[in-house]
Each structure stands twice: as structure tokens, then as C-alpha cells.
Design a binder for this molecule. Sequence first.
Ligand code: GLN
Length: 476
Amino acid sequence: MSEILSSSAAALAGKLSAGELSARELCQKFLAALEADGHNCLIGVRGEEALAEAEAVDAARARGDKLPATAGLPLVIKDNIVLRGKLPTTCGSKILHNFASPYDAHVVERLRQAGMIVLGKTNMDEFAMGSSNENSAFGPVKGPVAQDRVPGGSSGGSATAVALNLAPLALGSDTGGSIRQPAAFCGVVGLKPTYGRVSRYGLVAYGSSLDQIGPLARTVEDTALLLGVIAGHDGRDSTSADEPVPDFSAGLGKGVKGLKVGLPKEYFPDELDKNVRARVNEQVEKLKAGGAKIVEVSLPHTKYAIAAYYIVATAEASANLARYDGVRYGHRSSKAGDLLEMYRNSRSEGFGPEVQRRIMLGTYVLSSGYYDAYYLKAQKVRTLITRDFTEALGQVDVLLTPTTPTPAFRLGELMDDPVSMYLQDIFTVTINLAGVPAVSVPAGAVDGLPVGAQVIGRHFDEQTVLRVAASLEGDE
Ligand code: GLN
């Protein structure tokens, strides 16, 4: 039994198509594991609906239908990805606690076409705002390696579920690091695709110009497999790119011989935790041993990234979250006398403190008189940061950095200090601002706590990013 739970998705797909395992049996095993979860990874579990879908896959297979290689594979998805059916899509917020979506996100349609089975919706920081999963209205997720540590955020439930073998695969979303940082803290692989690679149709918006859905898994091969299922053009997202989708697994065994890998000097500052530096340096040695050429590069505008990100992201969030007013769906206050009071009370009761902070900050930076000083300036910085990446990635094939400045911190440690919490994102937000793809891959541990190495690539070159990540994987 535990051997099945710890199998890779690729191995499970093989067993399913060989008829050694039924989709129903597999689904039941993971559902039982999810029910027994003591880490608060899930906000909702699908049970019956998932079993019915698994039975349909088994019936199709028994009839001899030609099925996709992934048919019957179960996974969990972050609770900001809408899924039609009984289960609500809460975004980790009280304001949407009773919102059941009438439609499926594009990625969910893709999962269904691939015969994959969504077992449940994972816990997350409210509206994906956070780096520790402590901002969830459904309580924090306990880290998979040490229960007194955060799993990272905002896709903390997805990363923890995969790390604990409660699901072979998960989807998360990443606006400033929310797939990669929890992947690093939980010792799993997590990839943020190029902006536009995966449709955002049905992803509840946080910072629309930064948001991407992406895969989390225990192996690079499984990460590539899930990316292949969800990637591709969709006319319902105007920023979805009409780019060909390659076989993301194709280059995985090729090694790194002849590749040029850049180490951006701003990502290895003197103050960097020396143990994190040591783990990442070990990865650099692996790349050298594999025949890659290591080059120092510079991303000179990195120091402005956190400030620019927290202006752009909150500005977009303040506009995106204006729709939660208690009128058509979501929480409505029972205390209101008139319309304005109804808006105010519904939003004050429904949103948690971090979301309220971000809405206020975002509204402020967009307000007349401050727009030029903050929002416009941040957009200019964003252009400079993007240019830094274009120049660096013109000299090298990929960049390698730590994913986070430290391993997982303690639950509660940074909750009263938002600026220190925001600084956790120092190595990840730049990638969203530039729109390039990046993966976090396990790079060993410090005092038993996992550390991640981040591989960053050119726009739409997830293939090389995954190829390099595969060469780093294992025996760390
Ligand atoms: N920690 C960052 C934030 O709070 C990133 C979150 C994310 O990527 N969704 O905005």
C-alpha cells in the first residue's frame, strides 16, 4: 500500500495502463490517505465524485477505449482554481466559504481530457497572499518535515500533500513564488511556467500580470508530465500565448554538457545564510561535473524587486478583489442597514487582515496623486528587471540561484512582521516580474530542513529548465 502512495506519477500511469491497478483502487488509497491527513493540507475532499470519475476511467479501459497515458491518475489542486461541482472554491477565504463554481477552469478541463482525477482542493494563504500558509481562514498547514515549521506559501497545502505522499501530483499558483517557495520548504519540485504558457481562465485572480498555474511533484519527470497536460493556448485568457507545446520530458536524460549556467551575483550576497549557500554550491559542483560551463552574471536591479513587486501585486489585487462585495455570491454580512454598510461589513467580516492590508496598500498606490510616484515607478522598475533577465539569459542558457534565503521558518515567527515576511520572496518575485519560467528542485537540507535550488530559463524554454533540474535531482 505505502509503496503505491510513494510511487511516482509516471510509475502509477504505467501500472494503470498495464491494468495492474484500477483507477478506483488508486483513488480509494489516496482518498484514505487524505482523510487521515493531520497537517491540514486540504480544504475540501471530493470522495464520491472522484470515485465515480475513476470508475468511468476503468469502464472505458475495460471497453478497450484508447485512453491518454495519464488516465486515472489522481491529483489535488489549489483552492483558487475553480472546479464545477459540489465542493466550494474558497481561495482560503471566509468571503468565499460557500462559493460553488458553476464552471471549470481551463486547467481543470485539461485534466478531465487527460482522464485525471481531482481528489480535493488544497489549503492556501487567503487569495494566495502570503509566504507561510498562515493567512488561511481554514487554519495554517503544518510543515511536512517538522510540524512546528511553516510549509511555505501560498501553495502550502499542495506542496505538503505531495511531500507526504497524500497525492502524487498537485497544482499550485505562483504570483511571486507561491509554487517554488513551498516546494523548496517541503523538499519537492515546483515549477512556475512562463507567463502565458498556462491559461489563467478559472484561476481566481490575485495579481493578473504575474499569476501562473503550475505543477508540484516529487520528481522532475512528474513535473514535466503535469506541465504537458495543462500547457497550451486558450482564447478565453487574453494573455495566453499561442506557442507550440513541446514534449517537456524529452530532454530530461540529456544532462548538462555544453550548457552555460549563470550565477547572478546579486542572489549570493554576503549575508546569505551560509548553509543555504553551501547547498546551492553543491549543485553548482554537480553542474560542473556534468560538463556545464558556469559563468557569473549580474541582475543589477534585483535590489528594487521586492518594493516593485509589492506595489504591482497589491495594485492589481485591490482591483481584482473589488468584486467581492456580498451582492451576488460569497459572504454577506447580516448586520447591514444600507447598501454601503452591507459592502463594508461584508468585506470587513469576510477578508482576513493580510488581504485587507494589501487592498489598502494597492488602493493607495493607485490613487490620484500617488499613482506616478508609486505604481508608474514600479512599472518602470519592472521593465528594467525584465531587461536584466533578457541580457543575462542572452549570455547563458539558464540561471541558478537559491529559491529562498533560509529554510522553513517557525509557525508564528514572522506573522507580526510583514516586511520580514515579504523579504522571504527576494529570490522569487523577480521571475514573475520578468515573466520567465523557473523551477525549484530539492538541494539537500540544513539541520534536517529542505533547501531548494532555483533554475530560471528563457521565455517558453521550460524544456531546458527541466533538463537542468533533472540533472540536479537525487543523491543531494
Ligand atoms: N508571497 C508572495 C505574496 O504574498 C507571493 C504569493 C504568490 O506567489 N501567490 O504576494
